[in-house]
Design a protein around this ligand. Structure first.
Ligand SMILES: *[C@@H]1O[C@H](CO)[C@@H](O)[C@H](O)[C@H]1NC(C)=O
Ligand SMILES: *[C@@H]1O[C@H](CO)[C@@H](O)[C@H](O)[C@H]1NC(C)=O
Ligand SMILES: *[C@@H]1O[C@H](CO)[C@@H](O)[C@H](O)[C@H]1NC(C)=O
Ligand SMILES: *[C@@H]1O[C@H](CO)[C@@H](O)[C@H](O)[C@H]1NC(C)=O
Ligand SMILES: *[C@@H]1O[C@H](CO)[C@@H](O)[C@H](O)[C@H]1NC(C)=O
Ligand SMILES: *[C@@H]1O[C@H](CO)[C@@H](O)[C@H](O)[C@H]1NC(C)=O
Ligand SMILES: *[C@@H]1O[C@H](CO)[C@@H](O)[C@H](O)[C@H]1NC(C)=O
Ligand SMILES: *[C@@H]1O[C@H](CO)[C@@H](O)[C@H](O)[C@H]1NC(C)=O
Ligand SMILES: *[C@@H]1O[C@H](CO)[C@@H](O)[C@H](O)[C@H]1NC(C)=O
Length: 533
């Protein structure tokens, strides 16, 4: 009978296809060859696979003189897709010995969660020639031996990735892929790559590109890697960066530096849910150029870069908060196109510079603080401020002298205290005089406010309100107060430590972003040095 026969054939065919396309599922931890064999027929795995402390070969002590098989492998060659995580942990024991080994997954093309390889000091470069898509890849605690570059030569198919963590490895070169971040994952926002490379003592090259035809955002944390690390991040137009110990940095397409706490996390990737300030700190590069950078939203630091001689921000036009602190070889600081320090924002420079220019800034809703220990003359800027610049926030320019000894400092503080006392006395006398000519009601009011602090002579004390936070910004425009010798007016004012706190609430891509801008904290020299974290 025809129908029966054909049904039989169909059943046989179906059994074969099911073998070839086996869907397997569950959470499994593999520690020996039995575990490996158990998944050897699976092509798709739904769930998590952990390969941990593998024992291969015979567990008996090896017979002396008997040759060992070179490079035993943990092979997962049947797997094509994993809907979950794939993790490898700890070295293997082969015939009771720990020897070099490899991991390979020849046909694996997609891991929907994290592919993680950790604490395998005897692992050679793992082989994932077909892997195209992984939500996150994490490599930690690996030596990898001879072949220590990690890029398209080793993993030629990789192109979609949301997070890459490389920590404590001997990798020397990282990247070379052109990543496509869009459309492959369930993210609603701008596709984002989270890159973390820390404590890789031989790492000297990082090069990663997003697609150039679409907007892509990189969140990167780079620190404590090789002393000659050069970083190249082309075609990312938006970034949150923490960069330390880097000898060269380039991001030619970067338009916006920002802080965010609100973008969608790559699941099981590195924690990105904390507020990230952009920061270039303690690098060894001599030049930092961000040729396309137009905007700094929220807070950025360029700080303690002891060799930095050239800072090139030719297109920077608006910013919220930017600190330039102690980049002591940076003599010329220029913001040729900066025209707006935003409301509640701040440009704060405390360093050893001798030249500063900000020609395009004519009005500012934010504040500008300058303190130079490098012989900068505030005169021209103060003139610019008198003639052209109107400030809603505050303005300070201080010509400080480096290398103050303790004696000098004590002297200065004593001087300041005396100056404050004199000012207090003058103010008190003035108040008394005025009070005499006023009615009894006004007298009461003045007496209670007079108790609080010593008022500095100022024409325009301003209260700036942003959102729920009231900010009090005291301003002492140059020339307004009595000129005391040695810049003591400014010093007294610094001791008053202006505090600028702002919360900007804004909508972008339908997501509310909150930025906290901390402009200062009291420190020994009264300058806002503390970071908001
Ligand atoms: C890997 O895929 C190829 C082609 O799809 C197939 O011929 C081969 O058998 C697969 N390898 C394993 C170990 O399943
Ligand atoms: C790797 O080893 C270190 C120290 O032995 C341990 O703290 C860490 O949790 C391990 N990491 C993983 C992913 O197993
Ligand atoms: C990896 O680097 C460490 C030091 O960072 C070194 O001790 C170790 O020998 C290196 N391993 C290899 C295989 O090069
Ligand atoms: C860094 O790696 C990229 C990609 O592999 C390569 O194009 C570039 O020339 C390397 N840069 C340096 C300084 O070696
Ligand atoms: C990445 O893109 C650049 C420019 O489009 C191209 O020159 C390079 O070959 C690409 N690299 C890879 C690994 O596809
Ligand atoms: C993508 O997100 C939507 C909405 O959050 C959810 O319904 C859907 O199941 C997700 N799809 C995948 C493949 O995760
Ligand atoms: C960007 O280019 C890639 C490769 O050329 C293409 O697949 C993708 O559709 C393009 N995306 C956009 C938004 O044009
Ligand atoms: C700065 O870098 C040097 C080496 O380049 C290192 O010794 C020092 O600890 C770093 N300082 C900070 C604060 O990270
Ligand atoms: C100061 O900076 C301006 C503008 O960047 C530049 O034209 C000038 O030459 C600099 N002066 C010195 C003494 O370097």
């Amino acid at each position: 009978m025809k129908p029966a026969r054909s049904r039989l054939r169909w059943v046989a065919y179906s059994a074969i296809t099911r073998m070839a396309w086996a869907d397997c599922s569950g959470t499994t931890t593999i520690t020996d060859i039995t575990g490996l064999t158990a998944i050897a027929t699976c092509t798709n795995w739904i769930g998590d696979i952990t390969v941990q402390s593998m024992t291969l070969g015979s567990t008996a002590t090896p017979t002396p003189g008997q040759p060992q098989v070179a490079n035993p492998a943990i092979a997962l060659d049947s797997l094509e897709q994993i809907h979950g995580t794939l993790a490898f942990r700890d070295n293997i024991a082969f015939n009771g010995n720990q020897i070099e080994f490899i991991i390979q997954a020849t046909n694996l093309s997609e891991v929907s969660g994290t592919l993680s390889i950790a604490n395998m000091t005897l692992l050679r470069m793992p082989r994932f020639p077909s892997l195209a898509i992984a939500r996150a890849i994490s490599l930690q605690g690996l030596s990898l031996y001879d072949e220590v570059t990690f890029g398209p030569a080793q993993w030629p198919s990789l192109y979609a990735l949301l997070a890459l963590t490389v920590h404590d490895t001997n990798i020397t070169e990282l990247g070379g892929w052109n990543l496509s971040l869009a459309g492959k994952f369930n993210t609603t926002e701008t596709p984002t790559l989270v890159l973390s490379a820390t404590s890789n003592s031989a790492l000297n090259n990082i090069s990663l590109a997003g697609w150039s035809n679409t907007s892509s955002y990189i969140v990167a944390e780079l620190a404590d890697n090789g002393p000659n690390l050069h970083v190249d991040l082309p075609s990312f137009d938006t970034a949150s960066l923490r960069v330390s110990d880097v000898a060269g940095f380039s991001a030619p397409d970067l338009i916006t530096l920002k802080t965010t706490s609100s973008f969608v996390l790559p699941q099981e990737g590195p924690d990105t849910n904390t507020e990230r300030l952009s920061e270039f700190q303690n690098n060894t590069f001599t030049a930092l150029s961000l040729p396309a950078l137009t905007t700094v939203t929220s807070t950025a630091y360029i700080q303690d870069n002891a060799y930095l001689r050239t800072l090139d921000l030719p297109k920077l036009s608006t910013l919220d908060v930017l600190y330039l602190f102690t980049n002591d070889r940076l003599e010329n600081i220029a913001f040729p196109t900066l025209w707006s320090v935003n409301q509640g924002g701040l440009l704060s420079i405390n360093s050893k510079f001798s030249n500063f220019s900000i020609p395009a800034l004519t009005s500012s809703a934010g504040s500008l603080f300058l303190r130079s220990t490098g012989g900068y003359n505030c005169g021209p800027l103060k003139k610019q401020q008198r003639d052209l610049l109107t400030f809603k926030g505050s303005f300070q320019c201080t010509e400080a002298h480096s290398g103050l000894g303790t004696g000098a400092l004590v002297g200065l503080i004593v001087g300041v205290v005396i100056a404050v006392l004199i000012l207090a006395a003058i103010t008190w006398i003035l108040l008394r005089r005025r009070r005499k000519s006023r009615g009894a009601k006004a007298e009461e009011k003045e007496a209670s406010s007079g108790d609080e602090t010593t008022p500095l002579p100022t024409d325009r004390p301003e209260n700036v309100e942003l959102g729920a936070v009231a900010n009090e910004i005291k301003e002492l425009p140059p020339g307004d107060g009595p000129e005391l010798p040695g810049g003591k007016v400014q010093m007294a004012q610094e001791l008053e430590t202006p505090v600028v706190r702002a919360e900007l609430a804004g909508k972008q891509d339908g997501v509310v972003e909150r930025h906290e801008l901390h402009a200062s904290d009291p420190t020994s020299n009264g300058w806002p040095l503390e970071k908001a974290t």
